[in-house]
Design a protein around this ligand. Structure first.
Ligand SMILES: O=C(O)CCC(=O)C(=O)O
Length: 283
């Protein structure tokens, strides 16, 4: 499906006002199902580069059996084609005023019983500048509060990038979060397979655990940066134009893979390339 221009205007107004917009049915149910099957096959093949915290097929922690995958477009053509799909480009271009650069793919399996991801802002990690990053978060399953759908804080895209604090790792697989001015500020976004949520790099978002016993919550996510960006964190190089060609940008200092921060005696650190660490003091 392509989106008609008056519908795009509605999404653009909503994105500017709230920091996110949901495009229902941007991909068909069949496409979502094929992608779901594809990634389950890939996961069964064993560990992949950029798996979050490693892959162990026999671990009791469901997230060790089904860890998040990242940067699949660098070795998987299905992921690359999805990342630069003209439908995503059309919506992004309408939201941002010009075609973005694509810098990341991620696949969350989130099996039954697994932890969620604490509230955070993506540009804390990507460091896109000038401008920000924008996510395209596509549901591959029906996602609702029970299986830990995405939760967003409307209007928080107008906030600065906030100081972080330690997250509760009994409910989050990442250990860093941001404080909210009031409880209940985060609202759940229920979606059907093929729906895509577009959201701004400063929007506070995250998810609760999947408390079902039998439903995965799989999501395919692309991260993009505004076409006027001149730099982005090292982890996101090379950036791609939406025709798939590479471009060279400057390296922004700090940042790293989304959620990969940990506490040390010197303060929180970002894991950059797996071996290199940069200390980031709270401001
Ligand atoms: O899917 C989730 O639970 C979190 C995803 C997320 O934080 C992101 O796409 O940036």
């Amino acid at each position: 499906m392509s989106v008609s221009s008056n519908v795009v205007d509605v999404h653009q107004e909503e994105f500017e006002r709230t920091g996110y917009t949901l495009v229902r049915g941007l991909f068909s149910t069949d496409e979502a199902e094929r992608l779901r099957d594809h990634y389950m096959d890939v996961r069964r093949r064993g560990p992949q580069a950029h798996d979050f915290a490693g892959h162990t097929s026999t671990d009791r922690d469901p997230l060790k059996r089904y860890p998040r995958m990242a940067q699949m477009h660098r070795w998987d053509d299905v992921s690359l084609q999805w990342m630069i799909d003209p439908r995503i480009d059309q919506v992004m271009t309408a939201l941002l005023g010009r075609s973005p650069y694509a810098v990341q793919t991620m696949l969350y399996f989130k099996p039954p019983g697994s932890r969620g991801q604490a509230l955070h802002q993506d540009n804390f990690y990507l460091k896109a500048d000038p401008g920000t990053c924008v996510a395209a978060w596509m549901a591959l399953d029906r996602v609702d509060e029970a299986n830990g759908c995405l939760e967003v804080v409307p209007g928080s895209h107008r906030w600065p990038i906030l100081c972080t604090e330690k997250a509760d790792t009994t409910v989050s697989f990442t250990d860093v979060t941001v404080p909210l001015p009031s409880t209940g500020a985060a609202v759940p976004v229920e979606m059907e397979p093929g729906d895509v949520l577009f959201f701004h790099g400063a929007l506070v978002h995250g998810s609760n655990p999947n408390i079902t016993t039998d439903r995965f919550r799989r999501a395919l996510i692309g991260h993009y940066i505004q076409g006027e960006a001149e730099r982005v964190a090292q982890y996101y190089h090379p950036a791609l134009r939406m025709d798939g060609t590479e471009l060279t940008l400057e390296v922004a200092e700090g940042g790293g893979a989304c959620g990969e921060w940990t506490e040390t005696p010197d303060g929180p650190v970002a894991l950059l390339t797996g071996t290199e660490r940069t200390t980031r003091k709270h401001e």
